[in-house]
Design a protein around this ligand. Structure first.
Ligand code: TXA
Ligand code: MG
Length: 338
C-alpha cells in the first residue's frame, strides 16, 4: 500500500490555476471541475501521467479515458476528424458531447486501452477551460471517483473518494449538468452510434446527423460487465457504477406506499411529493418541481447522501423516457444493475 498523499482543495484563483497547469505539465494528476461531473486529469500525451489516473481510481486498464481539448482546432493533434465530427463540434462545443474518432500516433495506447480510436471533447466549464488553455496540452480525464462508484459532482465528493490518493483538487463549484457527457461513436461517419446518453440528446444529434442510431451496447455492456465481474469477484458487482445500497427502480411510486413504508427503505421522487410540511427522513426528491435538468443535477449527490445513511434499499422513481430523462434513466439502470 502506497503512503496516503496529502490532498489539497484549491480555489480557482489565477495563481492556483497557474500552479496546477505547471503540475500537469510536470506529469502530475489533478481533479478538475467540468460542466458534467468532476474529472481526474493528466497530460494525455504522457503515458506515465495517464498511468497515475488509472492507479488513483483503481480503474482497470481496459477502460479507456476521454481526452479534453481547449478547442476543436486541436483535434488533428489527437484524432482524424471527419466532416460529421466538425459539424457536431461547431454546433455543440464547448459542451457535454464526446466523439469517438480514429486516433493519431501521438495518443499513447494507455489512454485508449489499446484501441485505435480515441474519445474527445471540448468542455464548457469556464474554470476547466482556463486550466486547459494554461496547460497547453490535451488532458485525459475520466470521472474523478473510485472505479465503480457514483461520479462526483462537487469537490467534496472527489475528496471523499480520492482523498489520500491525489494531491490536488480544483474546486469549481457544483457541476451544472450533473451527468457524464453524451458519447457518440463517429469512427464511421455514415453510421454514427450513440454509446452513452447525456445532456446532448439523441434529438439534438439528429438535428445535425439524421442517421444517428442508439446502441443497445451501453445497456448490454452494463449487464455483461456485471455478470463477468460477478463470476470473478462477487461483491465488486454491487459497487459497479452504483451506490453500495441496493437500488430498486419504479415507473411511478404511489405516495402512500412510501409514507407508510418501513423506515429502513429510502424513497426518491422526481419532484417534491405533496406531503405538506411534514417530511420523513426516508423521503427524498431530485427536484422541487420535477424538472429534468434539476433532477439530473441533483441525482448523483442525492444517491451519495442516501448511500451514506445506510438504508436497506433505495427506491427511485424513473424519469419520463425522453430527452434528458433517457440519460437519467440510463444512470439509474446502471445503479440498479446487479
Ligand atoms: O462527462 C464526461 O464524459 C466526464 C468528464 C470528466 O469529461 N468523463 C467521464 O469519463 O465520464 P468516464 O469515467 O465515463 O470514462 C470514459 C468512458 C469510458 O468508460 C468508455 O465508455 C468511453 O468513455 N470511451 C473512452 N474512449 C473510448 C473509445 N475509444 N471508444 C469507445 N468508448 C470510449
Ligand atoms: Mg466514470
Amino acid at each position: 500500500m502506497a503512503k496516503p498523499l496529502q490532498t489539497r482543495t484549491l480555489r480557482a484563483t489565477a495563481r492556483n490555476l497557474a500552479f496546477l497547469a505547471r503540475r500537469l505539465r510536470a506529469g502530475e494528476i489533478v481533479a478538475v471541475p467540468t460542466e458534467t461531473v468532476y474529472g481526474l486529469a493528466g497530460n494525455a500525451l504522457d503515458p506515465a501521467a495517464c498511468a497515475k489516473i488509472f492507479r488513483a481510481k483503481g480503474r482497470p486498464a481496459s477502460d479507456p479515458l476521454i481526452v479534453h481539448l481547449h478547442s476543436a482546432a486541436q483535434l488533428p493533434q489527437v484524432c482524424q476528424p471527419n466532416s460529421a465530427a466538425l459539424k457536431l463540434a461547431r454546433r455543440f462545443w464547448p459542451g457535454p458531447l464526446t466523439l469517438v474518432l480514429p486516433k493519431t500516433a501521438a495518443v499513447p495506447g494507455i489512454v485508449t486501452a489499446g484501441r485505435d480510436s480515441v474519445a474527445v471533447r471540448v468542455p464548457s466549464h469556464p474554470v476547466f477551460r482556463r486550466l486547459l488553455k494554461l496547460t497547453g496540452v490535451p488532458l485525459a480525464a475520466p470521472s474523478a471517483n473510485r472505479f465503480g462508484y457514483i461520479s462526483p459532482t462537487t469537490a467534496r465528493h472527489v475528496r471523499e473518494g480520492l482523498g489520500g490518493k491525489i494531491r490536488h483538487i480544483l474546486d469549481g463549484g457544483a457541476a451544472q449538468i450533473g451527468l457524464e457527457s453524451t458519447i457518440l461513436d463517429l469512427r464511421d461517419p455514415r453510421r454514427p452510434v450513440l454509446l452513452r446518453p447525456g445532456a446532448i440528446t439523441l434529438a439534438d444529434i439528429r438535428s445535425v446527423l439524421p442517421r444517428v442510431t442508439e446502441s443497445r451496447r451501453t445497456a448490454r455492456a452494463a449487464v455483461t460487465t456485471a455478470k463477468s465481474i460477478g463470476l470473478v469477484a462477487p461483491g465488486l458487482l454491487a459497487r459497479h457504477y452504483s451506490p453500495r445500497t441496493l437500488v430498486v427502480l419504479h415507473a411511478v411510486i404511489p405516495l402512500p406506499r412510501a409514507t407508510s413504508s418501513d423506515a429502513r427503505d429510502a424513497w426518491v421522487f422526481l419532484r417534491r411529493p405533496r406531503i405538506g410540511k411534514k417530511t420523513a427522513p426516508n423521503i427524498f426528491w431530485l427536484d422541487e418541481r420535477g424538472t429534468l435538468p434539476g433532477a439530473a443535477r441533483r441525482l448523483f449527490a442525492t444517491l451519495r447522501t442516501i448511500d451514506a445513511i445506510k438504508f436497506r434499499r433505495i427506491h427511485v422513481e424513473l424519469a419520463p423516457d425522453r430527452g434528458l430523462g433517457r440519460a437519467i434513466n440510463d444512470r439509474l439502470r446502471r445503479a440498479a444493475a446487479r
